[in-house]
Design a protein around this ligand. Structure first.
Ligand SMILES: Nc1ncnc2c1ncn2[C@@H]1O[C@H](COP(=O)(O)OP(=O)(O)OP(=O)(O)O)[C@@H](O)[C@H]1O
Length: 284
């Protein structure tokens, strides 16, 4: 079966209009994403993430190399039929309501009548904005705007969704909703290609990750393999007394195999702590 994404040796050089040095934004990057995978591209500002995504979408022409989506060249218009895109800073018409916005994009994709109405309703349910369907986007929060953006990207039932910083400027609760949505897309078999600065979120949703630095892919692989510390093994205990831990330490010592490296309380993350303290609290 064809890869959902096949980027081969992509190079993109931007030439300034007047005198000035050309910028090599992407330097020999190759990425393959299988259908149904969630792939995260991470890297510092200006490392070439957006340019790679734009080349894949056919929005910028490669200087060399090629980009294919489900075996169609990105420079061919047809390749975009299977793709939904949420740009880094999506622009919305503020005077339209949530439902009108989706109707507008649905019509651009050729949807009409009852099937359009059903699709809008299904998407508003999916992104949890049914209650705000008749409110103008001018009054939406940043998190709601990103979710309507995601719904817009899904309007024509794409097989591949490309998300450029989907949680930029969104608070942890909103980010978690978007994370859950990405997982819901994965469950439906939709391929997701995203880039983000929020490493913990990337870690939570992605099957594979690529790290890009100054336009070059410096590391790529399956997340579980990349993060495993091969020579260490973790044992988790509940309510272990100091005596029990001491006995385990001695046992390891006497066995003559391996080494007891230490014990301590696992840490939660600041994000989880924040969510525990701010979600579903009874403030009365
Ligand atoms: N249209 C353009 N013309 C000239 N230079 C550009 C253009 N687009 C991007 N660049 C340059 O290419 C490099 C990579 O930019 P890109 O936006 O792809 O990085 P990024 O990793 O997405 O960054 P960020 O995390 O800040 O969004 C940067 O040096 C940027 O200034």
């Amino acid at each position: 079966m064809a890869s959902a994404v096949d980027i081969q040796n992509l190079v993109k050089v931007f030439h300034p209009s007047f005198r000035g040095t050309p910028v090599k934004a992407v330097d020999d990057v190759s990425i393959q994403i299988a259908a149904g995978e969630v792939y995260g591209l991470i890297g510092p500002n200006g490392s070439g993430k957006s340019t790679t995504m734009k080349a894949l979408l056919g929005l910028v022409a490669p200087t060399s190399g090629s980009c294919r989506i489900f075996d169609a060249d990105s420079l061919e218009v047809d390749s975009r039929q299977q793709v939904g895109f949420l740009p880094e800073n999506p622009y919305f018409y503020k005077h339209l309501t949530g439902a009108e916005t989706l109707s507008f994009y649905g019509k651009l994709c050729g949807l009409r009548g009852k099937s359009l109405e059903e699709r809008i309703s299904e998407l508003l349910d999916l992104v949890d904005l049914q209650g705000a369907r008749d409110r103008r986007l001018g009054g939406y929060s940043k998190g709601m705007l990103q979710r309507i953006g995601l719904a817009q990207a899904l309007i024509q039932e794409p097989r591949l969704v490309i998300l450029d910083e989907p949680t930029a400027g969104v608070d942890p609760v909103g980010s978690r909703q978007i994370r859950d949505l990405i997982l819901a897309l994965k469950e439906r078999g939709i391929t997701v290609f995203l880039c983000s600065h929020l490493l913990e979120q990337v870690q939570e949703v992605c099957d594979r990750v690529g790290i890009i630095y100054k336009g070059r892919m410096v590391k790529e692989g399956r997340l579980d393999e990349m993060l495993a510390i091969e020579e260490q093994t973790e044992v988790l205990l509940r309510d272990a007394s100091p005596e029990l831990i001491e006995r385990i330490r001695k046992l390891v010592e006497e066995s003559g195999q391996g080494e007891f490296l230490g014990s301590g309380k696992p840490r939660t993350t600041l994000e989880r702590l924040f969510l525990e303290q701010t979600t579903n609290r009874d403030d009365s």
